[in-house]
Design a protein around this ligand. Structure first.
Ligand code: C2E
Ligand code: MG
Ligand code: MG
Ligand code: MG
Length: 292
């Protein structure tokens, strides 16, 4: 298998397939130490409801600041963790930190829902619902306050087995979202039968939708598709005000992106939400994002 790719000279692709390269093994060792040590952090990006202009939730995003590697992208180290048993420890850490932060948001009276990303391998663990419930009970948080984001591509991996976990999560009362929608190949009939409540349009379509008419068509049709399936539609990767207004006029429910806010630490998020609500209440300086 590998030899085939080697001969074809597709080095990058080969590296993706061969998971035991020295570089990956070295990152794996560092990541294990990082999880046991104090190098992993969780930040929170606000989710804005377009109809009301209210912040209704936040997505937990993992961060790794390595003393030797500097800041490593989660897209990179989550993949390395997934190829080994390490993803369980990483997910548990994010659940623990994320739900502790949700407790703080509740104490501050913010009424936010927290979203946590799951990886494909998490869905293979039949004990996943119990793992999440343990953290919720410890922090006295309700399952309905938590959204679990599952990427569209991971829905297609061994569907019967992952589907059982998805059903259990739904039965436990968690809200489920399909992340990075539009980048996988899930069929509409499969989508319709899944117990999900939310569809997140991938940022690759959103960020350039005002420049690329094809992206705009994809975003518009995904919003309609989501609504026809009675799902709440979230657009990620909103980087400017014009895109935010276009999404609002298309009836998109919720938006997330650098233009609204970058991912923040838990105390920063609390301060940001309180300040935003204060200035909205007094009618100051905030862009109107209500629908026309
Ligand atoms: P995602 O779940 O689709 O998260 C959205 C990503 O887009 C985040 O990147 C976020 O920082 C970034 N983003 C938000 N707004 C904008 C914007 O306006 N423009 C652009 N260009 N990007 C924006 P991040 O934090 O680097 O995470 C990348 C991916 O890594 C995530 O994609 C998710 O798939 C994965 N990931 C992150 N945290 C976790 C985690 O705790 N567990 C798991 N399993 N995966 C995670
Ligand atoms: Mg996500
Ligand atoms: Mg996403
Ligand atoms: Mg994405």
């Amino acid at each position: 298998y590998n030899a085939k790719w080697q001969r074809s000279g597709v080095e990058l692709y080969r590296d993706e397939i061969d998971r035991r390269t020295p570089a990956r093994l070295s990152m794996l060792g560092d990541l294990r130490a990082a999880i046991e040590g104090d190098e992993i952090d969780v930040v929170f990006q606000p989710k804005l409801e377009l109809g009301t202009g209210r912040v209704v939730g936040a997505e937990a995003l993992v961060r790794w600041e390595s003393p030797t590697r500097g800041r490593v992208s989660p897209a990179e180290f989550v993949r390395v963790a997934e190829d080994t048993g390490l993803i369980k420890d990483l997910t548990d850490l994010v659940l623990k930190r994320g739900i502790a932060a949700l407790r703080m948001f509740d104490d501050a009276g913010l009424g936010l829902r927290l979203a946590i990303n799951l990886s494909t391998h998490d869905l293979f663990d039949t004990k996943l619902p119990a793992r999440v419930l343990t953290q919720l009970e410890y922090n006295q948080v309700q399952p309905s306050e938590l959204t679990l984001e599952i990427t569209e591509s991971s829905l297609l991996v061994d569907a019967p087995r992952t589907r059982a976990t998805i059903d259990d999560l739904h039965d436990a009362g968690f809200r489920l979202a399909i992340d990075d929608f539009g980048t996988g190949y899930s069929s509409l009939s499969y989508l319709r039968r899944l117990p999900v409540q939310e569809l997140k349009i991938d940022q690759s379509f959103v960020s350039g939708m005002l420049l690329d008419p094809q992206d705009e068509v994809i975003v518009r049709s995904t919003i309609d598709l989501g609504h026809n399936l009675r799902l709440s539609v979230v657009a990620e990767g909103v980087e400017d005000e014009a895109t935010l207004h276009a999404l609002a006029s298309m009836g998109c429910d919720v938006a997330q992106g650098y233009w609204i806010a970058r991912p923040l630490s838990a105390p920063e998020l609390i301060a940001w939400v309180i300040e935003r609500r204060r200035s909205t209440a007094t009618g100051q300086a905030l862009p109107s994002v209500s629908r026309p």
